[in-house]
Design a protein around this ligand. Structure first.
Ligand SMILES: Cc1cc2nc3c(=O)[nH]c(=O)nc-3n(C[C@H](O)[C@H](O)[C@H](O)COP(=O)(O)OP(=O)(O)OC[C@H]3O[C@@H](n4cnc5c(N)ncnc54)[C@H](O)[C@@H]3O)c2cc1C
Length: 247
């Protein structure tokens, strides 16, 4: 694995826990939806962690949307970086959470929790490969409304895609007029998400799920049981593609 220097161009501190890191580095080309590994120069135990690109592959500002974990090792160090500091980044990108792995179908569902909206923002900003889908439904679940830090970009994307892109915001611990409340698996099983999108999750759909592993397991099990869906494998195409952010 080749590591190279990356310079901090900007750091957007959204609140006590959430921030976006914008780096410049001579990385190799990547595919929207992929991730790199980062470490800091002072990371004592050489801790390396995976972070998904938020930016489109054609944008030279390498953007990562990150949560600072209270007891977390690397995320705290990244949170405290300043403009013009250096970090290390892998020159290569990794992962198969990309559109070219998704079989063609009518409706593409993009489910995310927290910072796991990142890969979808990269995919949607890049746009290429999405022509085949009739509808794209981006579902972003957060705990509080203050955690919805990419609303401006999301609203711009909605305009760019016209009616093709539907956005459903979920806040699990707060009620608001821009979001529905609850958890993703429950909101699928009680039909609220589909009603809101006016689209059914059926065999004409592919469901991408990213973020919290518990949510991913529950959602996947539900889709397998109730909707007769199966995991998408290269050797055996299906309708569920997932990426866990931790174990
Ligand atoms: C493929 C992949 C892509 C990833 N992309 C991102 C990304 O774009 N943004 C991002 O913030 N994280 C992302 N992560 C998670 C990231 O790699 C680290 O696990 C995270 O930054 C915590 O590292 P740490 O050293 O600070 O904490 P650690 O000491 O390693 O603590 C890990 C614990 O933190 C919690 N945790 C980790 N990640 C998250 C998260 N995203 N949201 C809520 N709780 C979490 C879990 O409880 C986990 O057990 C990704 C992980 C993978 C596998």
């Amino acid at each position: 694995m080749q590591w190279i220097n990356a310079k901090v161009k900007k750091i957007n501190i959204w609140n006590n826990n959430l921030f976006s890191l914008i780096l410049r580095a001579n990385v190799n080309n990547f595919i929207a939806g992929q991730f790199v590994r980062l470490t800091t120069l002072k990371s004592k135990n050489n801790i390396r962690r995976a972070y998904s690109y938020v930016n489109s592959p054609i944008n030279k500002n390498l953007e990562f949307y990150i949560i600072r974990i209270d007891s977390g090792s690397l995320s705290n160090e990244l949170y405290n970086l300043k403009k013009n500091d250096f970090v290390m980044i892998t020159k290569e990108s990794f992962g198969f959470f990309t559109i070219k792995e998704i079989p063609k179908c009518e409706n593409l569902w993009m489910f995310s929790t927290g910072t796991a909206i990142g890969p979808y923002l990269s995919i949607l900003q890049y746009k290429k490969g999405l022509e085949f889908f009739k509808n794209i439904i981006l579902v972003h679940a957060v705990r509080f409304i203050k955690d919805l830090n990419y609303l401006i970009l999301i609203n711009n994307l909605k305009k760019k895609y016209n009616n093709k892109l539907k956005v459903i915001l979920i806040s699990s611990r707060e009620k608001s007029n821009i979001s529905i409340s609850g958890r993703i698996p429950k909101l699928i099983s009680n039909g609220i998400i589909e009603k809101k999108a006016n689209i059914i999750i059926d065999k004409n759909s592919h469901v991408m799920i990213c973020g919290n592993p518990e949510m991913i397991i529950e959602t996947q099990e539900l889709l397998k049981k109730d909707r007769n869906m199966k995991k998408n494998l290269r050797s055996s195409p299906g309708n569920i593609t997932t990426e866990n952010y931790w174990k």
